[in-house]
Structures are given as structure tokens and as C-alpha cells.
Design a protein around this ligand. Structure first.
Ligand code: SF4
Length: 721
């Protein structure tokens, strides 16, 4: 029976797409049989939804939906309908064969930042216990991993935003670096407009004049790959103009001397030469940022998706530390995460180097704790595995089989043609998905799984607020949940217990596994989330014997209100101390360096990639929604009139963009809203216009993030090459 909530006839739940996780209601009705209603009481979006959220029910009843397993019965043969027994048996047999022939690490697992916390948790457990493999990572590596690495380095803890979104509106100045919420998460835009209505300043850093940049008081448009230098130049001016917060630096930070020296080597005129941002604009930005009583820097994929992403984010964090912003009200540093469970998806064990609770796989105490919850010896747990791109690159070589959940790397991975070739080289590929994505189309077995509104589960939004998505409708016959699939496979591989398909039962185990870790969920229950409309982690269970629901261990209420002495959750982090051993934030002594690929005579233009309003990530879902597809039916190449004229390209002409990885063709969009030395392509589509055919898989040494945002390319009118 669907879990009906307070709004008459409506189940209160959350959007299936981005990290804002807008609250919405679902009730029977509309053309698709299930209609989206507003949930004005949910504080993050207060009822507002973008077109993706408004149309989210369409895919539930779409004809594109997979409703039965598919099996490729002969090499090169077609995918054919099959029963669940045949499909699961085939997977179990192939994985057993690969393991026997090549060892456990020949079995790869690739997850996704859209998986619920429960699925991410169970997938990590499945890989490490059932398969015994270290080779698990997920597409979140391509999303915010540089911000996570920089946050851990500086603050000892990574939570996308260490404060609620509402604090943005109350801040005196926000520098938004490489983010475009006007298109990626439109309901969030009101926080930025309220900021300005309240007298605060918005500074947007982006090589393109995006819809978000149009709202800014100041738009800085650096050359792609130079925002690290830009941050250093701003910090240089902060020091030169005597605007550092020396008391804060002395009391709450370490490492200032190294960071200061690095910044002082980047004087404004040098930074102008590197970035293309005029010195007066640098001075204006510093003025706004330092004049404000409260101020913050927010980053998104622009600075993060670089082979120096960790240091680039680190340079922006340094700016917040030198000016005494981090860990103060309506101030500091935060990351606008991308995927729906981009935050929770990285906390519960599907990342190559981590265990549930955001614990390090190399930490003996963490291994012992999680092994205890799982009822195994810690020595059973494998060590860290390859990062996402390195895992994909190893397919068909060291890694012979791959199980994919909630990801479509054929479209979303860098150097995508190579990744596609590696997928084809596998001994065995199994994919769980709701539609036949480009990756699923290559598989030997495809399993049709339930979608957001057909199952319950928790997600953690970009603020670290743990939310409950509720089941509102029955799935089509023939479809199973990812949790059920993992349990059924585990049973076939000899693990009868430990893999329940009930989301709340999995969450209860996740709570215990996360207890005491950096991302402590032990004080959070489904009941609390429902009553409080989300709970911010860390939220440990109370130490006085009361349970997370304010009930005693025997289930009785402690104080009659249901509140007990439970931990309230942590909306704002670092107000008293940072999560480092000494409680101080750490400056990073970062310096500018060129991108992995700089323009040259053969490839003289820079390519940067991103998203558009009506599509989401690899487009596997949104390309199948009629209204969204009509609004954004295909890729394009955005370029400046000067660049277009030089190559004889007019609006709408087919443009061939070529990099060292390959060639893509898409129609021209000629506009002054982009630097003349740069072209932009959205990455949502497969085929001839696939942007990721072109992107560079050079990796950040710390986060292992590929260089999506900076590739050297050549631009021509297609056919005139
Ligand atoms: Fe869904 Fe994100 Fe749009 Fe909100 S902003 S409706 S979460 S896609």
C-alpha cells in the first residue's frame, strides 16, 4: 500500500533528478496516471519545481521503459527477452567464471550518484563481501570528487554545503565559481535573487555569460582552466590591501605562510595575463567580498572537473580562510553538488576508497567497525580499488566483468569512444536500468529496475539533509528493485543472508555501519525524517541510551514528546571547530599550473562542457520525456562570432569539433555570451554530437577527477575540413 501523507491524496516525496531534491507531492491523475503536486512546506524549494521535476512522472509509464530482463544469448547476437531466473543465473555463472579464471579483482562494479543511500550501501557491501572485489567506483567521481578532496584536506570533513541553502540569501557576498543554477537547479535561484534583494552581492565566475551570470553584480570570465590563478590573484589583493583576518588566521587555521607565499607570487597583472580577467575586475571582486560582513564561495563543476580540481577548489577555500569566513554564520565555502544523491552516494561505500559512514577503507578501526556490522573478519575486506575512469580504462584487460547500476558511462565518461571500446572488450557486462541506455545496449544481461516513485529510500541533498523518498505507485509487473536484485544475486553466489530488499531494514543497518564515522547517520530514522522533513548529518544516536526516535531502547518514549534527548542533527558545521585533529582549518599552498592540454597550432581553441536546462546528465531519462526533448532536442556548439567568422561558420551550420580523442559534430550557436577562445558543448547526447568523445581523461592526482572542463580542440565548418 503506498505510504499516503498529510496532503489529501498526495504522497510527499522528492524529485528523481538533481541534488536540490525538491519536495513534491504525487497523486493519481493527469495524462500519465500520476500527477506532480506542490509541497510548499518543504523548506528547500517551497513548492517550486523546474521542468524536469514537473514532468518527472512521464518516464514511469513511458513506452521506453524496460519491463522484462534482456539477455544476449550469443556473442554479437541481439538482446532478447528472458525470465528473471535465466537472467540472474547467467550473471551468477559469468561472475563465478570470471572470478575462478582471473581472481576476485577481475569483477568490476560501477555505481551512480543517483542511487539511494540504501542502494549505495548495499552495492558496496555486495562488491566487497559477495564478489570480494576492490574494483568498485561510481560516476560521482566525475561530479564533485575534487570538492570532496579539497574539503577533507582543508576542513577534515566533506559535506557539500556546511550550511543550509537559506544561508545564501542572508549572506553579504557570494562568489559562485563555475556553476549555473539558473539552468541546473532553477528553484535554487531564488536564494541568489533574495541575496541581491537583501543588499548582498553576487559574483559569478564562468567563461560563459550564463543565465546565472546575467543576474550577477559582477561577472568574471576567465579562460577555462585558469580559475586557480584567479583565486590566487584575489588572495594576493586581499593581502596587499591589508584585508586578511589575522586573528582568525592565528586562532582557527594552520599553514598560512605557504598559502600566502603562493598568492604573493601571483600579482594582479600576471593573473590578468593568465586568466584574461582585467585587474579592475579583480579589485572590484575583492572589494565586494571583503566589505561584506558575511561572505562565501560556492563552487560547482567548473573548477572541480579539472586535472587540478582539488588544488583549484583549495585556492578558493584559502580565500575564505584568509578573510575569516569559513565556520562563521552565512559564510564560508560550499559545493553545489550535481546528482540527486551526489552527497549520500559518496558516503556509504560505493566509492573505491571508502566504507560506510564516509570512513577510509585503509583505516584499521573503520574496517573493524564495518566488518563487525557485517559479521565478517576485517581481513576479508579488500583494499581500495581503481577510480572510475581508471576502472573503465582497465575493462577487458585486468577487469573482465562489470556490473553497472544507475550510470551511463558511454555518454558521461571522458574519452567516451575509448570507454565504449573498453566496455565492448569485456567478457561480461550486466546493467540494471529503467530504460535501454547506451551502456545497457552493450550489455550481455539487462535487468529492468524500479524507479523513484515506485520504491522508498533515503537521499542526502546538497546541504547534507537526509530525506525520504516515498513509494507512491506500484511498479510495472516484471520490474524489480535494485535492492532485490542485489539480494537475489547474493543468494545465488552463496550469501543467503545480509542483503534484505526492504529499504528501511537496509537503512537500519546503514545507521549502525555509519555510527561514529564522519557521516554519522546513527541518530536518523525513517520516522524522524518524515516528522522533521529531513535531518542533517552528522546526527549520532544519543549517548544516554535513548534511541534515534527519542524512544528508550525498549521503544518507550523518554519524555512524552517523542523528542527525548536525541541529537538535533547538524545544519551548520564548523562553527566552533573544524573536523581536523587540532580543530583548525588547513590552508593548502597551491600554485597555478597549466591545464593538462593547452591550445597549440593544431588544436588552438578550448572546449568546455556542461548542462542545459531541459536535460539531465547523460540524458538517459530526460531525452525520453517529450516536453524536455522538445525543449532541448540535441547538442550544439556555442561559439563567439569572432571565432565563427574566422572559420566561415554561421548560426545553425554544422560544426566539427576535433580533439586528440576524436571528432563531434553539432549545429553552431553563435553568441557573444562566450569567450572568443572557447567553445561550449552540452554533454547529454550520444552519437555524432557526443561532447565526451572529445574530453580529456587526464586525472587530478588526489581526487582522480578527469579534466572534463578543459580540452584543446580544432573547430571547422563540417564538410569544409
Ligand atoms: Fe528536480 Fe532539481 Fe529541478 Fe528541483 S531543481 S525539480 S530537484 S531537477
Amino acid at each position: 500500500e503506498p505510504d499516503r501523507e498529510s496532503a489529501p491524496g498526495s504522497v510527499e516525496t522528492h524529485c528523481p533528478y538533481c541534488s536540490l531534491q525538491c519536495g513534491m507531492g504525487l497523486r493519481p491523475g493527469g495524462a500519465t496516471g500520476l500527477e506532480v503536486t506542490e509541497r510548499p512546506a518543504f523548506p528547500v524549494n517551497r513548492g517550486a519545481l523546474c521542468g524536469k521535476g514537473r514532468t518527472a512522472t512521464e518516464l514511469l509509464s513511458s513506452g521506453a521503459r524496460l519491463t522484462e530482463p534482456l539477455v544476449r544469448r550469443s556473442p554479437g547476437g541481439p538482446l532478447e527477452p528472458a525470465g528473471w531466473d535465466e537472467a540472474l543465473e547467467r550473471i551468477a555463472t559469468e561472475l563465478t567464471r570470471v572470478r575462478a579464471a582471473y581472481g576476485p579483482d577481475a569483477q568490476g562494479v560501477f555505481g551512480g550518484g543517483g542511487l539511494t543511500n540504501e542502494k549505495a550501501y548495499l552495492l558496496g557491501k555486495f562488491a566487497r563481501l559477495v564478489l570480494g572485489t576492490s574494483q568498485i567506483d561510481y560516476n560521482g567521481r566525475f561530479c564533485m570528487s575534487s570538492a570532496a578532496a579539497a574539503g577533507i584536506r582543508a576542513f577534515g570533513l566533506d559535506r557539500g554545503l556546511p550550511l543550509p541553502m537559506a544561508d545564501i540569501a542572508g549572506s553579504g557576498c557570494v562568489i559562485l565559481v563555475g556553476g549555473n543554477p539558473a539552468e541546473t537547479m532553477p528553484p535554487a535561484l531564488r536564494y541568489f535573487t533574495e541575496l541581491r534583494e537583501n543588499g548582498g552581492r553576487l559574483i559569478v565566475v564562468d567563461p560563459r555569460r550564463t543565465r546565472t551570470a546575467e543576474l550577477a553584480d559582477l561577472h568574471l570570465a576567465p579562460r577555462p582552466g585558469t580559475d586557480l590563478a584567479l583565486a590566487l590573484g584575489l588572495l594576493h589583493l586581499v593581502v596587499a590591501e591589508g584585508r586578511t583576518d589575522e586573528r582568525y588566521i592565528a586562532e582557527r587555521t594552520t599553514g598560512w605562510a605557504g598559502a600566502r607565499a603562493a598568492a604573493m607570487a601571483h600579482w594582479p597583472e600576471l593573473v590578468e595575463r593568465i586568466t584574461g580577467v582585467p585587474v579592475p575586475q579583480l579589485r572590484e571582486a575583492v572589494g565586494h567580498f571583503c566589505d561584506a560582513e558575511s561572505a562565501m564561495v560556492l563552487t560547482a563543476r567548473g573548477p572541480e572537473q579539472q586535472a587540478k580540481g582539488t588544488d583549484t577548489v583549495g585556492a578558493w577555500i584559502n580565500l575564505t580562510l584568509a578573510t575569516g569566513r569559513a565556520g562563521r554564520p552565512r559564510s564560508g565555502y560550499g559545493c553545489l553538488t550535481g546528482q540527486g544523491n551526489g552527497q549520500g552516494g559518496r558516503e556509504h561505500g560505493q566509492k573505491a576508497d571508502q566504507l560506510p559512514g564516509y570512513r577510509l577503507l585503509t583505516d584499521p578501526a573503520a574496517r573493524a567497525h564495518v566488518a563487525g556490522v557485517w559479521g565478517v573478519d576485517p581481513d576479508v575486506l579488500p583494499g581500495p580499488g581503481r577510480s572510475a575512469y581508471e576502472l573503465l580504462d582497465a575493462l577487458g584487460r585486468d577487469v573482465r566483468s562489470l556490473l553497472v547500476l544507475a550510470s551511463n558511462p558511454v555518454v558521461s565518461a571522458p574519452r567516451a569512444a575509448h570507454v565504449e571500446e573498453r566496455l565492448r572488450a569485456l567478457d561480461f557486462l550486466a546493467v540494471c536500468d529503467v530504460v535501454l541506455s547506451e551502456t545497457a545496449a552493450l550489455a550481455d544481461v539487462v535487468l529492468p529496475v524500479t524507479q523513484w516513485a515506485e520504491e522508498s529510500g533515503t537521499l542526502t541533498n546538497l546541504e547534507g539533509r537526509v530525506l525520504l523518498r516515498r513509494r507512491a505507485v506500484d511498479p510495472p509487473p516484471g520490474v524489480r528493485s535494485d535492492l532485490w536484485v542485489l539480494g537475489a544475486l547474493a543468494a545465488r553466489l552463496g550469501w543467503e543472508k545480509g542483503f534484505p530488499d526492504d529499504p528501511e531494514e537496509v537503512f537500519e543497518e546503514l545507521r549502525r555501519a555509519s555510527a561514529g564515522g564522519p557521516a554519522d547517520y546513527s541518530g536518523i530514522t525513517y520516522g524522524r525524517i518524515a516528522r522533521e522533513d529531513g535531518v542533517f548529518w552528522p546526527c549520532p544516536a544519543s549517548a544516554d541510551g535513548t534511541g534515534a526516535d527519542g524512544t528508550g531502547t525498549d521503544g518507550t518514549e523518554v519524555d512524552g514528546t517523542g523528542a527525548g534527548t536525541r541529537h538535533p542533527g547538524t545544519p551548520r558545521l564548523f562553527l566552533d571547530r573544524f573536523a581536523t585533529p587540532d580543530g583548525r582549518a588547513r590552508f593548502a599552498p597551491v600554485t597555478h599550473r597549466p591545464s593538462a592540454e593547452e591550445p597549440d597550432a593544431e588544436y588552438p581553441v578550448l572546449l568546455t562542457t556542461g548542462r542545459v536546462l531541459a536535460q539531465y546528465q547523460s540524458g538517459a531519462q530526460t531525452r525520453r520525456v517529450a516536453e524536455l526533448n522538445a525543449a532541448a532536442p540535441g547538442p550544439f556548439v556555442q561559439l563567439h562570432p569572432r571565432l565563427a567568422e574566422r572559420h566561415g561558420i554561421a548560426e545553425g551550420d554544422p560544426v566539427a569539433v576535433t580533439s586528440r580523442r576524436g571528432r563531434a559534430v553539432a549545429p553552431a550557436r553563435v553568441t557573444r555570451d562566450i569567450r572568443p577562445d572557447t567553445v561550449f558543448m552540452p554533454f547529454h547526447w550520444p552519437g555524432a554530437g557526443r561532447a565526451n568523445t572529445l574530453t580529456n581523461p587526464a586525472l587530478d592526482p588526489t581526487s582522480r577527477m578527469p579534466e572534463f572542463k578543459v580540452s584543446a580542440v580544432r573547430v571547422e565548418r563540417a564538410g569544409a575540413e
